[in-house]
Design a protein around this ligand. Sequence first.
Ligand SMILES: Cc1cc2nc3c(=O)[nH]c(=O)nc-3n(C[C@H](O)[C@H](O)[C@H](O)COP(=O)(O)O)c2cc1C
Length: 196
Amino acid sequence: MRLDYPHFVLDLASIWRNNSPNSDAGQRDNMSTMKKLLIVYQSFTGGTAQMAAAAAAGAAGVEDVATQLVTAAAAGPEMLLASDGFLFACPENLAAMAGLMKDFFDRSYYPVLEQLNGRPYATLICAGSDGSNAARQIERIATGWRLKEVAPPLIVCTHAQTPEQILSPKQIGEAHLAQCRELGATIAAGLSLGLY
Ligand SMILES: Cc1cc2nc3c(=O)[nH]c(=O)nc-3n(C[C@H](O)[C@H](O)[C@H](O)COP(=O)(O)O)c2cc1C
């Protein structure tokens, strides 16, 4: 599966390969014992997608953790239940989390309630100028699920203000992508070490 954005191409298979041992039998055994990190994201103009991909790349450097990067539209309760930790990534739109991200939470909230207690999570927000409301909304949902926040929300502002800027493809700077990689590596390392 490939996700193509301006200046940005991610081969998801490479993430799984990076985390997988060589032999088929070893792969089967190892996959069953590996901790699983689920990254759910939504993006309209590519900014959040780059942040989520960077977090996935950071997590891919940690042994014993399998990272799954999926869009909010494709994600649901089964993926949540099958995962040991989560990164939630979306833009702030109209002072709220992006609609498809909210749809993911709406579809998933009650089917997994009381079944994710204590699992770790963190949030990535891509915003024009704020992002705090989207982060707060996700935090409230995560509190309802009794997830454990492992880092403060990572909010990246693209400084898009005019309609033209807002609708243009985004390019997240290397310094912010490095923060996303570090967050992905941090939660994956915590999973690998059994910290949570
Ligand atoms: C309909 C719409 C509403 C927006 N509302 C906000 C907002 O309330 N606060 C904010 O900081 N940015 C807002 N933005 C800007 C986006 O958050 C910003 O462009 C972000 O980089 C988009 O992320 P993406 O590239 O992953 O789609 C809005 C963008 C759109 C299209």
